[in-house]
Design a protein around this ligand. Sequence first.
Ligand SMILES: [Zn+2]
Ligand SMILES: [Zn+2]
Length: 419
Amino acid sequence: MKFTALHYVVAFIVIFSTIVFIVLFGRLPTFKGTIVGKAHILLWHKIPAKLLAIDKAVTGGRFYDATSSCGNYLINEKNWAVTTFYVTILTVALIFFFKDAWRYITNPIHRLLIPLLAFQPYFYLYLSAFTDPGIITLSNVSRMLDIFHYDDIIFYPDMPPCRTCHTPKPARSKHCSVCKHCIARMDHHCAWINNCVGYYNYRFFLGFVVSNLIVLTYGSYLTASVLYMEYMRQYFPGGYDSATKYFWADFRKWIKLIHSQNWTAAVSSLFMIATLVCPLVIAFLAQHIIFIHQGVTTNESEKWGEVEWVVNNGMLYVYENGDHYAENEAPETASGSGSESESGFARPRSAVAPSDKPKPENSGRRVYIHAYADAEMNRSVPRGMVQTEKVQDLDSICNIYDKGGFFKNWGEVFFPKYS
Ligand SMILES: [Zn+2]
Ligand SMILES: [Zn+2]
């Protein structure tokens, strides 16, 4: 059997996606003891350990030092490696498309649409990569505190300032260790765009994902159409007999067709790559649509996961202003480990509604504190607040960042406030 370029492409795709799957999901408890779990241990622990031992014997560990500092740089520092990889793949695929498939596309609408749509991912990549995602500085932090209110569950006013940026942490923000800045409405750091996805570039990032999805689905459709035309030309030059059902479903004919010429092999490869990557992008986009619907960021969805765990274990409590309950009751701490912070609630911008009448401190405020000492969201009890009830289920907690469904939350994503 002769190996053609197509065989190599298919082999590459299969091996690559298998390795990615094993590396990403092999550690999950579901796969413990299965072949996937064992392959994960082999790839992730055994092979690296062997290579390390060989390196130590041969070069005295120099190879490891070089690769680990290189890997460190790739993972922990801003760099264009993944973006370059993406741009190269997309550009090479487009070059092959225009070289091998373009001349078979005669419909003027497609001929107009194709260059237009093929250009979009580059455009949105540029916008996402070079737009400030919402870096928090001393000059804009008070504005960010005005825009994003604390919910007193996953973001609260007595969070200590960022140790690196030395700025207060507005609600919904997070420090990015790659960008080395705090980012407003931080979603996640994305290596594909070599930038954080935050308040000001989330919409461009969504544009980037959607434009890629369009290129992939449209590309799958066009390459399939071109191959189909060639199939008909080779096997049914006089048109097909309508009595012959499934005339197109002869697998052997397709295999023969793919191998028949260089261009059919190239167009088939494009078709396969596009259809294989498509589901991944659809899943990723669906995830973000759900997040917008729920009024959460990727970062917050993780925090809500933690809250859910604490609620399910019966360890989340509501604290309210002590004035409503007992006059001289001392504030309790949920875990017993947290002591009242000295600065208390001097910093403003809680979710308390403003009013003309002076109100006692923390009046009308509901604060959620849990008794799980090791978690990130553990905090001390604000002055004058007492424990009133245990949270029974996650649904009883209101997510104040959810304005009520996809289209209402849409506004915040697509029209961020600049002043
Ligand atoms: Zn920071
Ligand atoms: Zn970042």
